[in-house]
Each structure stands twice: as structure tokens, then as C-alpha cells.
Design a protein around this ligand. Sequence first.
Ligand code: DGT
Ligand code: CA
Ligand code: CA
Ligand code: ZN
Length: 592
Amino acid sequence: MSEESSGNESLAAIFHRIAQMLEVTGADRFRVIAHDRASRLIESHPTDLAALARKEGKKPLTDIDGIGPKIADKIIEFANTGRIAEHDELVASVPHTLLDLFNVPGLGPKTIRALWQELNVTSIADLKRIIDDGSILTLPRMGAKTVENIKEAITFSEQSAERIPLGIAMPIAEGIVRRMSKIAGVTRADFAGSLRRGRETIGDLDILVATNNPAAVRDAFTTMPEVTKTLTAGDAKCSVRLNVRGKIMQADLRIVPDASWGAALMYFTGSKEHNIRLRERALKKGWTLNEYGLYPDDDEKTPPQHRGVKSLAGADEEGIFKKLAVPAVPAELREERDIDEPPPEDLLQLSDIKAELHAHTTASDGRMSIEQLAEAAKARGFHTIAVTDHSQSSALAGGLKPDALRNHIDAVRAANERIKGITILAGSEVDIRADGSLDYEDELLAQLDIVVASPHASLRQDPKTATERLIRAVNHPLVHILGHPTGRIVNKREGFHPDIAEVAAAAAQHRTALEINANWMRLDLRDTHIKAAITAGKGKTLIAIDCDVHHPDDFDNLRYGVMTARRGGLTTGGCVNAWQQKKLHEWLKSKR
Ligand code: DGT
Ligand code: CA
Ligand code: CA
Ligand code: ZN
């Protein structure tokens, strides 16, 4: 997220709130959708739209696919006045704490509206109160089971509220790093902590800067526009609280001399457990390791870096690993793990990925045509793109009835003839029904080049039922990939807890791949599951990493999937998206 787009962020946030407020006031569905779509478009737009509107007026705005004249007028209004009157009017009529209810998983706008209108609920606190006194049950269609679910959802969202999803934290951290890099005297800047290790959620951001001018870095960091509070402001260490589009988070900054870069990066990358093991190793060798370097241990009270002691290593991480005689571990594997265990030599890398096998077009709920999708995949250097629109049961996501799918297959085949330089596969993301059966007849599935089978409903099944359901799907001879196997949404929906080892063993036996859905809201399978799946498959586990593309930008989520895969120890050979075209297509055909 660059500084240039910060205008877009506030504008996007305003449209998002307008959409939510329209929804709870019971406004026309299409108005809600238009504002919501505008919000997403603006947020992901590379140039500052308010600035563009000021310079060139309405035309370039309405030229953007998805922005109509009414929305464009509001952007112009914002560009000229910094406000949108409609937003201000809505704010005056909708209590702002009411919008917090949107963060409770499973609470839809209709229910929120009913809670507000019928029972005067305007906050989470109110909602808890009417659950406790039972008056929530007076709402139409509100039974004990639903109330129980809402209660659970409130607790879950409260507990997980503090940790920030990887995909939100990453662009924010990168924006800060970019700004720090530009300051005079700065030789290096990067992010560290759990973010560099690729954890699915981040407690706080850790930023590291090497410079000979700490004061300039300190001042720049503590005066960034998103800083709402400075907690510490020293020459070696600063801490601030940020508000980025309503997300509150802490960011820690460490400032070190260039010669300590590697030691500091290692220290602040962690994990704590990994650091402790390295420090113990240093002590065993008669050395001491801290964030400034590796030094001889001379039992002096004053730390070595303050006494001009020459370090044994410290400028880069490799040098420290080497001196300690432990294998250099990629950041993603620096968790509870034996430091003497060498990391896999062919640990998967982002550049290994050559295919996207789970993507949606305008035929269901995607934003791109088949052609646009194919061109976008080609631009990423992929040899294969699979068109996998939703199946009939996913009605809300525009799932295709059998006849529509037949036509779609023809359209994909025709596009594949027309477009050179990439293979376009005709596929489907087929719902796995609650009993593990699939949402199309086998006769139709057999006509597809690729089948991704995913659970979308009944995600509260108990572990045993869920395991049986998934195993039935991976055993199906026409299925290639099990999509987002647990259905969880980070911080929002728990999904179910199948026995991953059992599912993975069955999948390996049938040469069915398990998906790592790279969307940072899903990351499903998660890191621990991947590790378990690789172990259970005894060398035969196949993993697919896919972006579940709906929008061109979704391809950018790939790195989160790859980081998660690396945390699980996935190698290039075990990832079907990293295979050469021939090998991939042979595997797909082997199930036809
Ligand atoms: P988070 O922020 O909760 O997602 O997790 P981390 O790993 O980013 O933890 P954080 O921000 O508290 O600290 C960043 C790194 O700094 C951590 O991974 C290791 C290092 N560190 C922090 N506190 C300690 C400590 O008390 N001992 C050692 N050895 N390392 C520490
Ligand atoms: Ca952290
Ligand atoms: Ca920290
Ligand atoms: Zn899906």
C-alpha cells in the first residue's frame, strides 16, 4: 500500500460505511451493492481517484468498469469537499456502534436491522444484554439454536479481534518499510516478527531500520499520518499505535547500525523459541548472541556492543548461522523446531508456481470474463489457468445449472482455441454436499478437465461427520482437488475440524490434491494442517496452492499461500501448481 493510495483508502472506507448503513436502513439492494463494489474498486485502484477527479473531472472515473455516474459524482464531491453528504446524513440517522454488529460472524444485515428496529439494539453490548435476558427470542425466526450461534460468534470475534490477518498487515508494513527506506542515511529497512515468518495473523508489526541517523528515522516513524499515539520514541526503539482504515494496531521500530543488521533481523524475526535455541548454542560455544551481533562471552556486565568489542558475525543472518554451525533456516520455519534439522532443500518458492487451478469468471461470482482471466494468468507467467465457476447449489454465488455449465464448457474450449500461450481448462468448483456427495452428476463431471470439490455449507458438522464427508469427496474418481477443506475464515468463522491426517491419507492414495486456499481470509489448509498432511501422505501428498481468483488482484494473494506452504514444509515437487505443464496435464487426465 503506497502513500499515494492513502486517499483511496479513506474514500473506500466511506463507501464501505455507506453500503453498511444503507443496508441496515433497508435501502434498495442495488444501491447497497453499487457502494460496496465502489469501495472495493477504489481500495484496489492504483491511482488516487480524488486527485484524478480534481485534475481531469468525471470522465476517467466513469471509464472505470464498475463505477457509474452517481458514484463518480460522489467521488468528485469528496475530491472537492473532503466529505460525502449522503454519508454524513446516514451517520446522523444510524448509531455508529450499530455497525460493529457487522463484525459478528453470521449476523446478516437483515438481522442487524431487525435487532435495531424491533429491539433497539445499537451495540454489541446491547446485543449481549438481550441475549442474556432472552428478549432476542421475540424476533421472528429467532430460535434457541440461532441465539447460541450468535453468542458463540460474539465470543469468537472478541477473542480473535486483536490479531491482524496476514494480508492486512503485509501491505501496511511494506508501506512503512518503503517510507523508511527513503530517509537519508538509511541503508536497509525491512519488516520482521511474525509477519516475516508468515503467520496467518499478526500481533503487532515489527519494523527494522539500519541507519547512521537514528533521529531522522525516529521522527519520520512517529509522525506518520496513521499514527494515533506514540508509546515510545527513542533512538534505538520506537512504538506507535496506528489506525489504518479503522484497524487499530501497534507497530514497533528498531533502529540499528548497519553492521548489526543481520543480528537485529534475526532477533526481531524470532520466534522467541527459535532465538532462545540459537542463544543457547552461542553460549555453549563460549559466545553471546544479541540483537547487535555474535560476540565472545567475557562475562562483563556492560553489553559488548557498548565496549567496542569486535563481533564474530552480525552484518547478515547467513554469517551468524554459519558461525554457529547450524543450517540457515528460512524465516517461515523459525518456530518450535530443532535448529539442527536442515530445512528441505527444495522448499517451495513463490517463483515456482506456474498454474492457477481455482478461478471464477462472470459466469458465477467472478469479475473477469474467461478471456480477461486467461490474460491475467498469462501476465503472471502461468502455463495453465483453470476456470472453475460455482456449481448449482451455491445459488448465492451464481452457481451454474447443468445446462449453463455445458454452455460454459463450450465457451472455455472456444477461448482455449483462440487464446495462445496458455492452456485454459474447463472446470468447476463443485459443492461437496453435507453427505459428501457432489453437486453434479458424474456424467457431467467427466466432461470437465478439472474438478475442485469444496465444502460451502453445513460447516458446523462434528469432526467425524466432516472427516467422512471430505474423504468421500477425495475418494471420488473424478475429483482432482479438495478446495478450502475446513471452510474456516480467519477471525470470522471457525469452520470444521476434520481429521486432516485421515483425509490426507485417503487423498494421497487417490492422487487427489488438498488445497491451500491462498486468500488471506482463508489460508485453508493452514500451516499445521499442511505439515500433518505431508506426514500422513508418506511422500505421496499432493498440495495445490490456488488464489480462488474472483478479481484480477486476487492473484497477488499467492504469496500468502506460499508462505503458509513453507511454514508447513511443502517442497516444489509436492505442489501441483509448480509442476511442468506436461506433468500437470497428465495428472489431470489420469482422472478422466
Ligand atoms: P506477534 O507480534 O504476537 O504476532 O509475534 P512476534 O513473533 O512478532 O512477537 P513480538 O512482536 O512480541 O516480538 C518480535 C520478535 O522479537 C519475536 O519474534 C522474538 C523477539 N523477541 C521479543 N521478545 C523477546 C524475548 O523476550 N526474548 C527473545 N529471545 N526474543 C524476543
Ligand atoms: Ca510482532
Ligand atoms: Ca513487537
Ligand atoms: Zn469455494
